[in-house]
Ligand binder design. Sequence first.
Ligand SMILES: Cc1cc2nc3c(=O)[nH]c(=O)nc-3n(C[C@H](O)[C@H](O)[C@H](O)COP(=O)(O)OP(=O)(O)OC[C@H]3O[C@@H](n4cnc5c(N)ncnc54)[C@H](O)[C@@H]3O)c2cc1C
Ligand code: FES
Ligand code: FES
Length: 1364
Amino acid sequence: MGKEAGAAAESSSTVVLAVNGKRYEAAGVAPSTSLLEFLRTQTPVRGPKLGCGEGGCGACVVLISKYDPETDEVTEFSASSCLTLLHSVDRCSVTTSEGIGNTREGYHPVQQRLSGFHASQCGFCTPGMCMSIFSALVKADKKSDRPDPPAGFSKITSSEAEKAVSGNLCRCTGYRPIVDACKSFASDVDLEDLGLNCFWKKGDEPAEVSKLPGYNSGAICTFPEFLKSEIKSTLKQENDVPIAVSDDGWYHPKSMEELHRLFDSNWFDENSVKIVASNTGSGVYKDQDLYDKYIDIKGIPELSVINRSSEGIELGSVVSISKAIEVLSDGNLVFRKIADHLNKVASPFVRNTATIGGNIMMAQRLPFESDIATVLLAAGSTVTIQVASKRLSFTLEEFLQQPPCDYRTLLLSIFIPDWGSDDVTYETFRAAPRPLGNAVSYVNSAFLARTSGGHLIEDICLAFGAYGVDHAIRAKKVEDFLKGKSLSSFVILEAIQLLKDTVSPSEDTTHREYRISLAVSFLFNFLSSLANSSNAPSNIDTPTGSYTNGTTNRSTMDSPEKHLKVDSNDLPIRSRQEMVFSDEYKPVGKPIKKVGAEIQASGEAVYVDDILAPKDCLYGAFIYSTHPHAHVKSINFKSSLASQKVITVITAKDIPSGGENVGSTFLTVLGDEPLFADPIAEFAGQNIGVVIAETQKYANMAAKQAVVEYSTENLQPPILTIEDAIQRNSYFQIPPFLAPKPVGDYNKGMSEADHKILSAEVKLESQYYFYMETQAALAIPDEDNCITIYSSAQMPELTQSLIARCLGIPFHNVRVISRRVGGGFGGKAMKAAHTACACALAAFKLRRPVRMYLDRKTDMIMAGGRHPMKAKYSVGFKSDGKITALHLDLGINAGISADVSPIMPRAIIGALKKYNWGNLEFDTKVCKTNVSSKSAMRAPGDVQGSFIAEAIIEHVASVLALDTNTVRRKNLHDFESLQVFFGESAGEASTYSLVSMFDKLVLSPEYQHRAAMIEHFNSSNKWKKRGISCVPAIYEVSLRPTPGKVSIMNDGSIAVEVGGIEIGQGLWTKVKQMTAFGLGQMCPDGGECLLDKVRVIQADTLSLIQGGWTAGSTTSESSCEAVRQSCAVLVERLKPIKESLEAESNTVEWSALIAQASMASVNLSAQAYWTPDPSFTNYLNYGAGTSEVEVDILTGATTILRSDLVYDCGQSLNPAVDLGQIEGCFVQGIGFFTNEDYKTNSDGLVIHDGTWTYKIPTVDNIPKEFNVQMFNSARDKKRVLSSKASGEPPLLLASSVHCAMREAIRAARKEFSVSTGPANSAVTFQMDVPATMPVVKELCGLDVVERYLESVSAAGAGPNATKA
Ligand SMILES: Cc1cc2nc3c(=O)[nH]c(=O)nc-3n(C[C@H](O)[C@H](O)[C@H](O)COP(=O)(O)OP(=O)(O)OC[C@H]3O[C@@H](n4cnc5c(N)ncnc54)[C@H](O)[C@@H]3O)c2cc1C
Ligand code: FES
Ligand code: FES
């Protein structure tokens, strides 16, 4: 149990550490305890969050400081506390976000700047961001070779600042404001370039560092003096006492001898003992059971050696990757290139602890996609290992080829020879969804060549890894072939053919052909640049730099590196924001910072899992079915350490009589989803029971040990796909009131067409919410069959009703409390109820509090996510591009229960109607299948509908060989057709702003110039192509009844309750502004003074009823309107008091007014239930977005060079909040369209189930230039203070990235005459969603390199024509 303690002497098994300057002793703590677990359960610290538990998200980042008593030096580094074992930080100091600043002692400038740059939305990632930035500042400021920065700045450079958060995920903000906050510390940044903030009024006031919260490096003490003294005083004692056996299972040998004594002792059993260096490997290969004994090898001095000599560099195996980068960066070319590559391994906070040896051992023992093994293999490295008493040396190649080492084999060190620089070329490559790190590669490779006489290959080493092979290999046959050869297109082509026989991914590898083509691309890249770099100027037949598009001199190979001096991934991130501010309703309309941003940054904001565990709290974890359709016969547990921790398993049998097996619903009329599979599991991922244990880790681990017996006897095979469902007629009905309406007469429209496309198809896959906080609930049983549940729910009212139904108790027995949600995006609407019901049931049965906080994998498997769908279309059009008719057959995979699926057709068709199709008809099938039920995800249906429309428009344009924007423009609505398609939702003609926004983007001279530049770029670059595209969007939203309550306390402070939940969208901020505005006429300054007095409080279903949904983008405005109405009631009550006070004095201060009103017994609380005007329940939102991308034809990687969004926000209630919604939404959309592959196996079980395989955008993936203009369309008083929604519609604009990619790919296909698939041509093709790297590469042509080399060779005079 951790306790704050004095300087009492501890036993050898006691861990002593400082947390934010306070001393903690942890005695008898299980050795498998992570630092994160300790901090969150044994200390008051809550800043570090659990987002993934595998090193992939950064939510848990802390700063660890170590003190060396010999040198009296402190070293600091960031680390993921989820992977760091508590025992490994004995005698260390840990600083968390609370430690650098907090409510009581004042916030740190990092926290203040993150808040002031509007860089925190749901706030769940923010403490981790804070610590990554803080660590980067500490690191930079320690660089003694850098001059002191000007006051207020750090020594960090803006490029370092951009990379500081490269390993941290944020699902809300889109990263741009985070990067700006971070860059504000860099003295080389032009502060004017930073985005909207609270420190200066952009455009009106100069940007000056003095306006920023002041930064002083070293102001935070990261290592307390008491711990230094303690370490010094115990130093001698420890040196004398051999530390070997402790009684808590943690062993920390100080020498090889001690290690061997441990190996030889009785207790060593390799199945129950884990040998660790920094334990980050457990982020890659998760432990399946608990270990009760650990050996930490980092204390053995010879494993930490760093020896540099003229022969090379020797690195001890426990040298961290960061340290290795530091050492190698200071060497010659080969070392520096290795260091560059290592900088792309994992993320800064993983590299700081992860060891080189740990990586290589994983590569040796397991089929691990190591980068380090590959780059060191090509550099001719050797390793030294210790086997029993023997010390052996091998080349790395031999070592990797050996059978997996046993667990007693110790890697001592790695030696990298010094290759000098003369005649040696060394290059490394990797292709991964994130260019700069935190993503394992599809293929990595490293090549080293020694040439003589400028062009003859004397020696060459070609290493490839991660392509679906046990370990990195050398392509020996290719090497042998190349040795002694001069490079020519023939030679390279032959080398590539040989390589294709060598690089053979194992059968179960995904994207096999893609990976082979990557290996080919890398080798081609290397050899062609080698060939070109060795061209002597006198080689007049190979003019360097003048080769364009393969037309001038086919005998020269076009090196991928030519023409591209700067890698577009290295471009700095820039941005511009334009908006109109209005004072009309102030303080509504001001870009004030988000309510609670600072406490979110400091980590003091309380999420469900942060609530102090009540006494006797138990923890639950789901056991889910892995079978799509089977009877669940029994649940047992493997005999294991984890299964011993099971207290009980809650199943359907535990539902009390009178209760129902119900876990989720959208509208009861559409049907419920059961809480438990009973008796049949109907999809893989369905809940079949909840394991209950004493801690969350035990519950999670035990759930992994469950063995479920299934039987498929007498059951039909599962329906898994849209096709299966259509074949077996398995559909959900769409109630008539939810069905979309066709327009016109399709047949007539088709008869008017000059051209037709018949039955073309496009597909969109699913997307996972990836809220940073997974589903969470805490249930506390109360008296008289009542229960309180803290739930991370977007719909507490719905959650309350489901829990009551499940337990068979009246609704008023159930109190659901939701304060803030760490990201929802729709995933915590219906789906949060499931976890809350399970928790409530367990607590109700066991009469003890029960908490559940799902691990990321379980969450991903059970979540459901966005609806996958298939659209088949037939379209008729005129020769000028005007479309006359469209028919759409839509198949939507809804999964097992109805959820929101019956409203999907309406949403899809709604967004599709952004164009005037002339005549529109459709047939939509909502398929019921045996997969997890799909639910609403941000812009549900609309994003797919909008995309399908673009796919059709582009198809039409390519058939007619017209510019796509011309076809888009031709088919945009005029106001008349808008009314035909949208009816009353079209509103007033003056509010239809789409055409002007689209024209503003597309007709601008700048756009035309950029389009011309792109054409030029494409004609002069063979291996990279660019594309630009502009898409319009229309998004219909509905207003819903919403309650609000405003209560004024006697001291004048104000508590506000609203139906909506703060999920990061800034609801509380807008509500606060609206309260100040609503009561403002009672204040001399119009309400500004009230901003600080308003507190929006948590939602409580028994306090404010009819809370409704937080969904559909309109909750903020409707909550605001309910608050405004409540305020109006209060104003009426306060007016007479004010008037009588005014008779006595000129100005009446707010506090005096309230004191008087209170004395006069005025009712100071008012509640309103706002219902929208029945004649104005829906309105349309408009936006347009342009994106420009660069596609790397050799790898399929896409860089978004620039995005410009124009979004009509009406008269924004808070421009900073709306800007955050626009940017964040867009980046979430980028993920959907490009990278996020929510893959399932053939049973429908999600297999991309963690940060390792599911890649949401990071700061590496956002547009390099990201401009947003908030358009303020004509006022419309029917909307809430003329505002508009911003939470979902801008997501649709992300299809501009997909469309731009298609343009770039089209250029590639034209260049290489690629046509994939029978229905496709070079210019006409469909690209499904997501367009991941393999998809892009496939469309560009997997064999472009071979084609190119063949054409070059054929055009040459013979094998020697391309002499290099
Ligand atoms: C989020 C994340 C992203 C990553 N991305 C990449 C990537 O892109 N490319 C890449 O190459 N790697 C990547 N890694 C892997 C990372 O490099 C390794 O996890 C790390 O280097 C392992 O070092 P460690 O000290 O933590 O090893 P540990 O986890 O402590 O040990 C790993 C294994 O090696 C054994 N071991 C450790 N040291 C020795 C030794 N000296 N002798 C014998 N056995 C030993 C341990 O017993 C254990 O079995 C990533 C890891 C994470 C968590
Ligand atoms: S929780 Fe530690 S990195 Fe995600
Ligand atoms: S603010 Fe970053 S995840 Fe929500």
